[in-house]
Design a protein around this ligand. Sequence first.
Ligand code: NAD
Ligand SMILES: O=S(=O)(O)c1ccc(CO)cc1
Length: 253
Amino acid sequence: MKLTDKVAVVTGATQGIGLACAQRLIAEGAKVMLVDIKPEGADAAAALGEQARFFAADVSQKADVDAMVAATLAAFGRIDILINNAGVTHAANFLDVCEEDFDRVMRINLKSMFLCGQAVARVMARQLSGSIINMSSVNAELAIPNQVPYVVSKGAINQLTKVMSLNLIEYGIRVNGIGPGTILTELAKKAVMSSPESRNTILSRTPMGRCGEPEEVASIAAFLASDDASYMTGQTLYVDGGRLALNYTVPVK
Ligand SMILES: NC(=O)c1ccc[n+]([C@@H]2O[C@H](COP(=O)([O-])OP(=O)(O)OC[C@H]3O[C@@H](n4cnc5c(N)ncnc54)[C@H](O)[C@@H]3O)[C@@H](O)[C@H]2O)c1
Ligand SMILES: O=S(=O)(O)c1ccc(CO)cc1
């Protein structure tokens, strides 16, 4: 097991990619604080046994984040790994997106990673070690015309990953990102897999010809969290079935 006795915080862990990350980290020997705004996360944590706890928090709110860090320290005594995963999307094109929705998506997707990253890094800095993983997207590099704040937030997350990595090297903290392509979760089903047209477009632009599973993202998170990635920092790894390698003007095959 790669992560025996390590302590991890995973945000957005009630379902989807976050839950798969929590499950994988536990299988690798870690103790995990699952964090989510949805209280159903308590059931998910209970199903994972003694190594798991749940804390209900809106990770875009500093008071919640500080309470989440305090609860993790009270439960486990240290924090070695943070997976900044919570995220939302909102469908509206540039001329229609309203200020409130722009601010909400940026607050939940981007500001939450700053708040959780800073609060947890202050703990890790005292320990002189740690690994932080920010969940980005292929849409940090590409753009979807009707998902303006989502695309903007993911581009900014990649820069956050780089600047965090530089400032935290002296404390032995590594910071990397993961950029999933289309992964079969509730969020993707709603955002891009709900119509046959959109589904066909996604699959035709994914050289592997299929969507990813949350566990295929979680395995990369376990790698980045572990000492196997000891010389990696400031990178975003894309887990996308070949999507970013493809020039869209030519057919997949
Ligand atoms: N599924 C995909 O295809 C895909 C692709 C690229 C990137 N991603 C990214 O992966 C991450 C997880 O996505 P997913 O598909 O598992 O989504 P999901 O909707 O299935 O799960 C997201 C979780 O985040 C939680 N959450 C939302 N707002 C929160 C808040 N303010 N505080 C705490 N928790 C909050 C939700 O309750 C939910 O449990 C997101 O950052 C998303 O942008 C997903
Ligand atoms: O363009 S996609 O990568 O398929 C994609 C997946 C999920 C979301 C919402 O998070 C947006 C785009």
